[in-house]
Design a protein around this ligand. Structure first.
Ligand SMILES: [Zn+2]
Length: 651
């Protein structure tokens, strides 16, 4: 056999083995042919460019050379909550009509960029700062999950993640004098090692996912880019999902969240990209990130348990939420007994039944959620949708995936509405709980939030547990709530889809309830973070007769929503400030109030508009983002100093 044929054959075997995970020859047979090639090369003194013998890696190098990337390698903006994800969809859908998204695993390793010229592999570099990376060609040459020669003849840069499989890491650690802590560090350490022999010994792979640059020809979508990579012999992770709606994206993310535990590669999230490249062009970039992609990071803890029963709860909008009672299970330091299923559509989609084993996740303070059914038992039974409200017996209305009790006087609905109205971020009526709400409904016939401002002292005293002091405190808390920042009043109204952040935006934009009440949907949609559906909710809420009547009762009861006028020329005037981490001397809301008092505007997330970040203990991704964006950062001590210089002393 001639040398060319032998090299081709060995490369095909390697491709089947390393890229396709489907070897067609035994290791012994491969080794025999490989030795034959080595002998032939020694004898003739020639080594073909793409000979597998080049992949042993060569001598250790002294230092990494810098390499400037042809096209900048962007990192991705991150989302950790569904809200942040929704904000991404809203931004995209303002620019693109019916965008398609791809959803891929987000591998946790080291990003690598490979350059080809004239069909030949010429260089591998780390991402570095996106513009300049380190030349790791000698190290990457020892990896076999990509071709040395390709059919594309222009200049090409492809991007992938260097990873070490979890099983490979485990095996390595069994005999290593110094075990490697985790797969991410192991991958980075393997590639960024001056001795290619060390790289080879740790057996990293590269999984490719992007074409970063091509000098000739054009690709039109992510789908095409991945197909191109596969055609040219690069190893991709063949599990990319194509989604047509945000809901499909969320389902794909949930699916990845389940399946990632069964794969041999460390993943810490999912990457969502707009599929179509012309849509990407329309969306463009911020100074740091592409606007057409986002990385969703999983930060929560999960466990498997069994569903015992499902009850339907009526919320303040009348929406029925199925709540699963589960076998108690330990999760993130707490015993979980209940988990939400969101709605009927969710139950069907996740195929959850009573008796099913399910995967639940608990993140931050929210109630745990059921992500998926993992197994049905013989006794599993379908969860039936109620036809009438389990509390008031009204016939249920169906709206999309949701069920509603249409009865505005339905007891749990009124109780939830009152509790929300009085809650901390809303009117902040101290001492008012959902239990108080139930007593007021049952005993005093309270139906509306405005009724709280017309409570009778004597009637209150007749309630169980309402001593003189409690009555006095409640009445004065109610009275005190009349003077309220506009954004909190908007939040208190409980308009569907309007959280605290949107309330702040709306208050800032409209400056009064009256102006908000008469805002047209088109005006609302112009705001950065208000989508069509939310705009419609707002317009519909204010158009409703009963809501209007309630609003005017609230205002005539003496509620005076105000817009804070910041102190002009304060040290924070003109600053967009983000608080992150834990502050030891303040509650977050206090710190925010101080910043606003001194002229600053508080934001919840670091964006390109952020000008200052105040970072407390164990600040996380927001701080990193601020650093990446070059935003000014101050610590708690310096913050306190600024305050005291401006006459605000902190105990
Ligand atoms: Zn009801």
């Amino acid at each position: 056999m001639d040398m060319r044929k032998l090299v081709d054959r060995l490369n095909r075997y390697a491709y089947e083995y390393y890229v396709l995970d489907a070897p067609t020859v035994s290791d012994a047979e491969y080794d025999k042919l490989y030795d034959e090639l080595r002998a032939m090369e020694r004898e003739s003194g020639t080594v073909l460019f793409d000979s597998p013998t080049r992949r042993v890696g060569g001598e250790p190098i002294k230092a990494f050379r810098r390499h400037e990337h042809i096209a900048r390698l962007y990192s991705l903006d991150k989302a950790v909550t569904e809200d942040e994800l929704d904000a991404f969809f809203t931004r995209v859908e303002k620019v693109c009509k019916d965008p398609e998204y791809t959803v891929e695993y987000k591998f946790d390793g080291l990003t690598i960029c490979l350059t080809y010229e004239g069909g030949k592999f010429v260089r591998a570099a780390t991402r570095g700062n996106g513009t300049v990376g380190e030349d790791v060609t000698a190290q990457v040459l020892t990896i076999k999950s990509y071709p040395l020669s390709i059919s594309y003849k222009g200049t090409l840069e492809v991007k992938g993640e260097a990873i070490i499989r979890l099983s490979v890491l485990e095996e390595y650690n069994k005999s290593a004098s110094e075990p490697l802590k985790n797969a991410r560090n192991a991958a980075a350490g393997a590639i960024r090692n001056l001795d290619p022999a060390v790289t080879a010994a740790r057996r990293p792979e590269i999984l490719f996912y992007d074409v970063n640059y091509m000098s000739e020809g054009e690709l039109s979508s992510q789908e095409e880019a991945v197909a191109f990579l596969e055609r040219e012999g690069f190893k991709t992770f063949r599990r990319m999902r194509l989604c047509k709606t945000p809901q499909e994206v969320k389902d794909a993310i949930a699916e990845i969240d389940v399946s990632r535990k069964k794969i041999d590669v460390l993943t810490d999230g999912a990457v969502i990209k707009v599929n179509d490249f012309s849509a990407r062009e329309a969306l463009g970039y911020t100074d740091k990130f592409p606007r057409w992609a986002i990385a969703f990071k999983f930060e929560a803890e999960e466990a498997v348990t069994q569903v015992k029963n499902v009850v339907w709860q009526v919320g303040r909008t009348g929406k029925l939420t199925p709540l699963a009672e589960v076998e108690p299970v330990e999760l993130a330091g707490a015993t979980v007994r209940k988990a939400t299923l969101n709605n009927l559509g969710d139950i069907r989609r996740k195929d959850v039944k009573i008796g099913s084993k399910v995967l639940i996740r608990r993140s931050n303070e929210v109630i745990p959620e059921i992500l998926a059914a993992v197994e049905h038992t013989g006794a599993s039974v379908d969860i039936a949708a109620p036809e009438t409200c389990p509390y008031c017996g009204s016939p249920i209305a169906e709206e999309g995936a949701n069920l509603f009790c249409p009865n505005r006087a339905c007891r749990p609905r009124v109780a939830a509405m009152l509790a929300h109205f009085a809650s901390k971020g809303a009117m902040d009526i101290e001492g008012f709980s959902e239990m108080t709400a139930c007593q007021l409904i049952d005993r005093l016939g309270v139906r509306h939030c405005s009724d709280l401002y017309f409570l009778d002292r004597k009637a209150l005293s007749s309630l169980e547990g309402f001593g003189e002091k409690k009555v006095r405190n409640l009445l004065s808390a109610v009275e005190g709530s009349k003077n309220i920042p506009l954004d909190r009043f908007i939040f208190a109204l409980g308009i569907g889809g309007i959280g605290k952040v949107a309330s702040k935006d709306l208050a800032e934009r409209f400056q009064s309830v009256e102006a908000l009440a008469s805002a047209a949907a088109e005006t609302l949609v112009e705001m950065e973070n208000i989508g069509e559906k939310t705009a419609e909710n707002i317009v519909r809420w204010f158009a409703d007769e009963e809501n209007r009547a309630e609003l005017s009762r609230l205002l005539s009861a003496g509620i005076r929503p105000y817009v804070k006028q910041a102190r002009a020329g304060g040290p924070f005037s003109g600053e967009s400030v983000v608080l992150t981490g834990t502050l030891s001397r303040f509650k977050r809301s206090e710190a925010q109030a101080r910043i606003e008092e001194l002229g600053g505007v508080c934001q919840s997330a670091v964006t390109s508009k952020t000008t200052l970040v105040i970072a407390g203990e164990s600040a996380g991704s927001k701080l990193e983002k601020a650093k990446a964006l070059g935003v000014k950062i101050v610590g708690e001590e310096e913050f306190i100093k600024i305050l005291s210089e401006n006459g605000i002393d902190i105990k």
